[in-house]
Design a protein around this ligand. Structure first.
Ligand SMILES: Nc1ncnc2c1ncn2[C@@H]1O[C@H](COP(=O)(O)OP(=O)(O)OP(=O)(O)O)[C@@H](O)[C@H]1O
Ligand SMILES: [Mg+2]
Length: 250
């Protein structure tokens, strides 16, 4: 297992590190949750974060985003120390975050929800306009004047992803974006995730469907009890059913 930690097959010399998590320890009160996690997020690379329930995936994302403070360790953005920056500042460094459990304003329309999130990317990019997001989610087009509370769970998830895209991020973080959704909607979300990747946006994906995660990412990291125990090439890991069974209980 440990030799895989040294595997860097998907990182070529030209890849640029956007964010680097270094030896992070995070606590909830006295509970020591993250125990020395390091992870690199590079330009254009899709990373899958796997692990059984309660292993610390969401906590890692929340620590990177600044919703939870790291007690030890560093978060770097373009080599600058941004450890424990607040979420709004982290978002401005180019991260679009689709949290577990959505977060759509119920009293605003689809259009308002999307437009209130609009902003240029780190280098002034305005690639993801309202129209492009509407084209990406054809289903939302028909619902653009509906309020958040009139949407189905799937439509709310689409708005949540759309809102993150409207910030023109260089990294999209999707935590359980397909959770509890009907199969057709799940399919639609994975199609959009592929489109985001194709557009050159980096992704960090957490999802219960490990096969889909591995199919939609270049690199995979597996967490166990607050530590990263495997960091490897996604396709390579997919080809190791015994190891997956041991790590994920699948
Ligand atoms: N707000 C909190 N306060 C205290 N403990 C928490 C809190 N949130 C999570 N935990 C604990 O931290 C550990 C890691 O939880 P986390 O949500 O990061 O796991 P996860 O890998 O995202 O799990 P899941 O697959 O269920 O989403 C778990 O033991 C969980 O019970
Ligand atoms: Mg989680």
């Amino acid at each position: 297992m440990t030799e895989l930690l040294a595997d860097r097959t998907t990182t070529n010399a030209a890849s640029t590190t956007m964010f680097r998590i270094e030896g992070i320890h995070t606590y909830y009160g006295d509970s020591h949750i993250l125990r020395g996690v390091s992870l690199e997020l590079t330009q254009g690379r899709a990373v899958g974060l796997l692990g059984r329930n309660g292993m610390g995936k969401t906590t890692l994302i929340r620590t990177l985003m600044g919703y939870v403070q790291a007690r030890v360790g560093k978060v770097l953005a373009d080599a600058r120390d941004v450890t424990n920056y607040p979420p709004e500042k982290m978002a401005r460094l180019g991260i679009g975050y689709v949290p577990e459990g959505r977060g759509v304003f119920p009293n605003l329309t689809v259009k308002e929800n999307l437009q209130m999130s609009a902003r240029a990317g780190l280098n002034g990019e305005r690639d993801w306009t309202y129209d492009r997001v509407m084209d990406t989610f054809a289903r939302l087009k028909e619902r653009c004047n509906n309020r958040g509370d009139q949407l189905s769970g799937g439509e709310q998830q689409m708005v949540s992803i759309g809102r993150a895209l409207m910030t023109n991020p260089r990294l999209m973080i999707l935590d359980e974006a397909t959770e509890g959704l009907a199969p057709l909607v799940v399919k639609e979300i994975w199609r959009v995730i592929a489109e985001i990747r194709q557009a050159g946006v980096s992704t960090l994906i957490v999802d219960r469907d490990y096969k889909k995660v591995l199919a939609h990412t270049d690199h995979a990291a597996v967490m166990e009890k607050g530590q990263l125990v495997v960091a490897t090439n996604s396709a390579q890991l997919l080809a190791q059913p015994e190891q997956l069974a041991q790590l994920l209980g699948v």
